[in-house]
Design a protein around this ligand. Structure first.
Ligand code: BG6
Length: 290
């Protein structure tokens, strides 16, 4: 296990049980999750260098306390750019999983100049016995000045897919969404499951707790479950935007899709001494083509 000051501080989880899962202390960031066949289920860019100041391009970045550019902080907040620590004294998390790791993020004095709030962010990353990956975030307001704070949040999950043009997302049809490519204007999704043939960057509002991502070529379905997170963000930069990103290969857009469990539109307010818990779980299964 690497120390918290190391730039490549990776913690290997669950070796030999369901695959090699990697969690970086940099960003509190899961970068690898494999199924029983040892196939990688998360996308990480080959251009990624795993070093500050940029967040890791792929895996599951934690967006906190801001989502996107909606606020005065850096894009998606600072949590994904900080070194987290191993939480050696986590509070009890009800779980049946034997394979898990607990991380914690607290602000430094320098951090508090940018965002003047004291908090404890605890993240549990657990691998279920069936191979499910489950992330639980607990945020607590430890402000001593009696002030509440407000934050947005997302599990910015990069799923690995064989060919984006063969992927369908079910569960978001007919929902309202804010389109980041159209000045965050509000539209309503029409028709059937989502399919992809160009750049997409949408925040679906009031999304269901279960969303399915079907990869026809791999005959694989990811089932994204979320709890207490009303929104679901769907993002793929496609070819033109990919070329402008220094930490992303020109053709890699074909092999990833971000579906993010989020509280993006309406931030969460926490009073001092109060905490909240938000979960996401992703289950890998297979499906039969009819
Ligand atoms: C998505 C946003 O969640 O993340 C997009 O909706 C953004 O607008 C994308 O481009 C990637 O963000 P970043 O900061 O990791 O390049």
């Amino acid at each position: 296990m690497a120390g918290s000051g190391s730039e490549r501080a990776a913690v290997e989880l669950c070796k030999g049980i369901n695959g090699l899962d990697k969690v970086y202390l940099y960003g509190g960031h899961v970068t690898s999750w494999r199924n029983d066949q040892r196939e990688e289920l998360l996308f990480v860019s080959t251009k990624e260098i795993f070093k500050p100041p940029k967040a890791i391009r792929g895996g599951i970045p934690i967006c906190f306390p801001q989502f996107g550019s909606n606020g005065s902080l850096e894009q998606h907040g600072f949590a994904r750019n900080k070194f987290w620590s191993i939480d050696t004294d986590p509070p009890p998390f009800p779980t049946t999983s034997k394979s898990f790791i607990d991380l914690i993020l607290k602000p430094s004095e320098e951090d508090m100049q940018k965002w003047p709030h004291s908090y404890e962010f605890r993240l549990r990353v657990a691998l279920g016995n069936g191979g499910d990956l489950m992330l639980t975030s607990r945020v607590r307001n430890t402000n001593g000045d009696g002030k509440p704070f407000t934050f947005a949040f997302a599990y910015h999950t990069y799923f690995s897919v064989s060919d984006i043009s063969e992927v369908r997302v079910e569960g978001l049809e007919t929902l309202d969404y804010l389109d980041n490519l159209e000045n965050k204007e509000r539209f309503t999704e029409q028709g059937d499951a989502l399919t992809f043939e160009s750049e997409v960057d949408k925040v679906y509002l009031g999304a269901p707790t279960k969303i399915a991502i079907l990869d026809h070529e791999k005959k694989r379905t990811f089932v994204l479950r979320k709890d207490g997170l009303p929104d679901a963000v769907v993002w793929n930069p496609w070819d033109k935007k990919a070329k402008t990103m220094t930490d992303f290969g020109d053709d890699e857009y074909m092999h990833m899709l971000c579906v993010e469990a989020a509280a993006a539109e309406k931030p969460i307010t926490l009073k001092p001494g109060r905490g909240v818990e938000r979960k996401t779980g992703t289950v890998s299964g297979s499906f039969k083509l009819l």
